[in-house]
Design a protein around this ligand. Sequence first.
Ligand code: ADP
Ligand code: MG
Ligand code: MG
Length: 247
Amino acid sequence: MLKIENLHATIAGKSILNGLTLTVPNGEIHAIMGPNGAGKSTLAYVLGGRPGYEVTEGSVTFDGQDLFALEPHERAAAGMFLGFQYPVEIPGVSYLQFLRESLNSQRRAREEKELSGAEFIRLAKDKAALLGMDAEMLKRPVNVGFSGGEKKRAEMVQMGIMDPKLAILDETDSGLDIDALKAVGAGINSIMRDPAKSVLLITHYQRLLDYVKPEQVHVLSRGKIVRSGGPELAHELEREGYAEAAA
Ligand code: ADP
Ligand code: MG
Ligand code: MG
């Protein structure tokens, strides 16, 4: 699904990713953990194609295609979903409008038929129910006045609607209380636990991994993967800290 080889990337001339190599097979969830400033968000941005990040070396293959040959919107149309650490607010646009336009632009790019208003509302209600979210919330402007938990639940509703092949989730658990954490974890499992899908779960803490069991855990330090292991590695990191584990 995702094959990253010797990836180097810079921002504002500063080298942030320094030879990162990582493979996520179909049907697997991999967690990336690491200290603040290790380059976790940078990795998510580079994979998403955010302007300002320059790839200076290495390659990334997504579902058999050269990722860097695809524009950001083409990456989304090819089935990549990014969830960000800091979700944006969009005053004046309701969440439902935003979701419908996201879905329909993806369907247009794939030359699929757009959903009717009624079909879309049914889908949005189904996905909201899955996340324990009142669909009425989705009539409000995107993220404006949403709590941390509401933003993340809504983002998972978006993920359910987009139905991606690969989800890259950056600190989806940050700032969540235990109920929201459980709901988001259950959402990730029900949307993404599939032999044809994969997840790159970027997280600072072990606790989300109690709800979403990764096949592998990787430690990112100073722009490269310094250790990989099974779910027990996350517990070791929690106990001993990143400095020990990366040594
Ligand atoms: P993490 O998500 O692991 O906490 P980031 O990827 O956000 O780490 O940041 C990695 C490093 O890149 C940090 O040292 C950060 O200060 C630096 N960095 C991030 N964005 C910029 C930027 N726009 N300009 C300069 N340095 C940046
Ligand atoms: Mg950080
Ligand atoms: Mg980050």
